[in-house]
Structure formats: structure tokens, C-alpha cells
Write a protein that binds this ligand. Sequence first.
Ligand code: C2O
Ligand code: CU
Ligand code: CU
Length: 477
Amino acid sequence: MSEMTRRQSLLLLSSALAAPALLRARPAFAAEGRALTLPPLDEGRLEGGLRQFDLKIAAGETEFFAGQATDTIGINAPFLGPVLKARAGDRLRLNVTNDLAEQAALHWHGLHLPAAMDGGPHQPVAPGTVWAPEFNLMQKAGTFWFHAHQHGMTGAHVWAGLAGVIRVEDEEEASLPLPRTYGEDDFTLILQDRRFDAGFQIPYAPQMHDKMSGLIGEQMLVNGQIGAFLPVSAPLIRLRILNGANGSIYRLHFAGGAVFHQIASDGGLLPAPVALTEALMAPGERAEYLVDMSAGAPLMLKAEVFGAESSFAGPVGTRDVIELRPARAQSAAALPARLAELAPPADQTGDMRTFTLAMTGMGLMGDFTINGAVYDHGRTDFTVPLGASETWVFENKTEMLHPMHIHDVQFRILSRNGRPPELREAGLKDVVLTHPGERVELRLSFADYADPASPYMMHCHILEHEDAGMMQQFTVV
Ligand code: C2O
Ligand code: CU
Ligand code: CU
């Protein structure tokens, strides 16, 4: 049998096997969904100037499909975790209990903090133990997140459910006329997708192709729910969207092409709302959008789904994400004209570093490399002097898309192939999607925290790429 025929017959075989399950499953997700549930809002408890959160990582069961239990992992919940709400300037302590039978790590994505508190692959939490990092919350108001980061296991653990959102508030944001009442006019949406097997399970089993493209599921999830809708009563709503997928890059748009406004990027508010009809969001990215619901007509949010290789293979498909269902027509609310003060990018005072993203080997058999190397847990790739403002350049020499993420900092995108970034990504960022052949320049400042013993990570946020070694580590000294 030729390779092609064998592959085709395997595909046929597996779809034949899967057919009965799909038929059984279809009524459950085609049925008019329920109203979306938001993750519980957890404000922690204030004790002697410390805002403490208790986070327990544990295995559980989730009913994605009515009457069917799926094995999952979550944080204070069977799948995913709470929205942690805190104020800029708070001192935080996160009491992370690992109730799994294996090591896990929990990383505070987007936060500026000491490397030893970062929850990366050098801070694994052993089964049955508690890890309690403590640090000052130094962000501006915005939407951040936390997720699994165990060495080599990030993809598997996030897929199983280890992720949650961090909502940071501050005075500047509070002074603006923006929707901010959780669950009323301000909604946190965690976008993911999963591949269910015939037994309604979501085993983490990326095939060769998934390791290249990033693992993409056929079933769209919003806050861990399938086919839910969002009832809306306010004329203007704020969607805080996290792309929490392993490998999917979502191009969001409304059916019918409605205009919406982006007000925040990864690290906080933009200087002014940016009108869009579509928004590309890669894994790890967050954005906040204002949507005018005053016309009273339902709006279906859709996502064109791209994998890393979509640059040449085209989108994987278009999925319904969630329908926004307004109760009635009402008069429109005005958008604020100005949002946050945003200083220009810092001047470069330190080095310029170039990171070449490439592939070794041939076709689908290669490794993704950064400057010719795959990740080595025992190797610090470079050191940055404390206080330096550097320019980092990602040169994507692959034919794939790579969303590059840097721990510890919020950076600014200076240019893409010599051109200034679009307004929607000209603010604070911690993930930048790099396209094939592209050269992206960033400015980043390394302040406050130095520790020669604890590295920070820089990696592709397609979790299958990260776990395969598309990651470097650096210390600030
Ligand atoms: Cu979202 Cu290394 O992390
Ligand atoms: Cu991170
Ligand atoms: Cu990648």
C-alpha cells in the first residue's frame, strides 16, 4: 500500500469508527444552547495588605455534552478556573495546591514579576504540595491569564483544562465611561476548541500533523461550553476575550460584518478605541472589545480558524463562537473618544537581539528552532542586564505562523517588515504573531527584578511548538 493510500484508509477507518459517536453527539450540541456561564469571579481575601487566592489544581469531570462525562482538569472547578480579580498595586499571594498525581506548574501570563514567582517550567508543583508565590501586581488595568507550564506538558495540561483569567483594575480605567459590571455588560470569554473521541473524551494525542500545525479541535468552546449563547441587556457591552487555544489562531468577526471596537490589547487599554470588522487573535493573546447591541438584533460571533501552517494550507474552517442575544432595541451608548495614556516606546539603551525562527530537517519531520537550537531545560540562552531597554527582532524564516511570547514584560511592537504596527497592536503586548518571512521588531524594558538563578521563558505560544522546544530561557541580572 502506498503511503497515501494507507493514510487515506486510516482516515476512512477512523471516521467510520467515529460516526456513531458524532451522530449521538449531534443532538446535544445542535440543541438550542443554554445561556453562557462566566467563570466565577474570585476577589480573593485581603489579609494584612495581602490579597490571597487559593487555587487547587485537580482532576474532575465535565459535561460538555448532555449526559456525557468527560475527564478534565481544572482549578477550583472541573474545567478551567476562576477569574481572579485584583487591583493594580495589590500584593498577591497565590496558594497553588496540586491535587493531581503528577507535577504541574501554573504561570501568570503577562505579569511583570520576579522570575522565581513566574510559575514557568522551573517552578513545578509536586503532587500533594502547595506552592505560594507572592509578588506585587504591577500591571495596568487589563485582562491577563494563568495557565499550566510544566516542562514538556504545557499542551497536555492546558488541553485538559488548566487555565484561568486574571482581571486587573486600576483608577485610570475606573475613571472611564466603559462597561465594567461583570456578567452584566462586561463578559469574559475564553475561546478554545477540543477534539472529542467516540467516548466523549479529550485525550491529548497530537499526531504528526498536529505537532506541526498546533492541535486544533473541531468543537468550539467558550468558557468550556459548547453552543451557548450570551443574553445581553445593555446597549453597549465589553467582551474580554482570551484565545486560550493550544494551536488555533482565530480571526474573529460578526456574521454580517458588524463593526466593533477594540479598546485593549494584551497588557491593557489602548489610547483610543479602534474600529474593526475582524480581529486576528493567536493563542495567548487577549483583547477587549466594545460591541454595540442597541439595534436589538442578535449578533453571531464567528471565527475563521487558522493553524500554524495556514499560511500555505488555508484556514481550517469557520466556526460559530457565540451568539449575542440582546433583549430589545434601545438607544445607543456613546463610545469614549480617549482611553488610557500610552507613553511612546522607551528609547533603546541596551542590546539589539535577533531571534531567527527556523525549522531543521525536511517538511513535516523537522524541529522548530530559535537561533538554531531547541529548548534545553539546563541551558540559559542569554542574559539581559537589569534596567536595559532592548530591541528584539523576530525573523520568521519558516513557512508557518508563530505567536511569540515573552515572560516578565509588556513590550511594544515597533515594526513589521519595516512598517509601523496597526493601531490595535500598537499598545502593550506580550504575544506577537509572526508571519512567514516576516521581521518583527519589539522594544522591551527589563525593570525591577533580577535573579541569576531563575530564568524567564520566551517561546512560541502554539503549545505543541513550545513543548517541542520552540522556547528559550533568559535571566535578568
Ligand atoms: Cu502563556 Cu510561557 O506562557
Ligand atoms: Cu507567559
Ligand atoms: Cu510556533
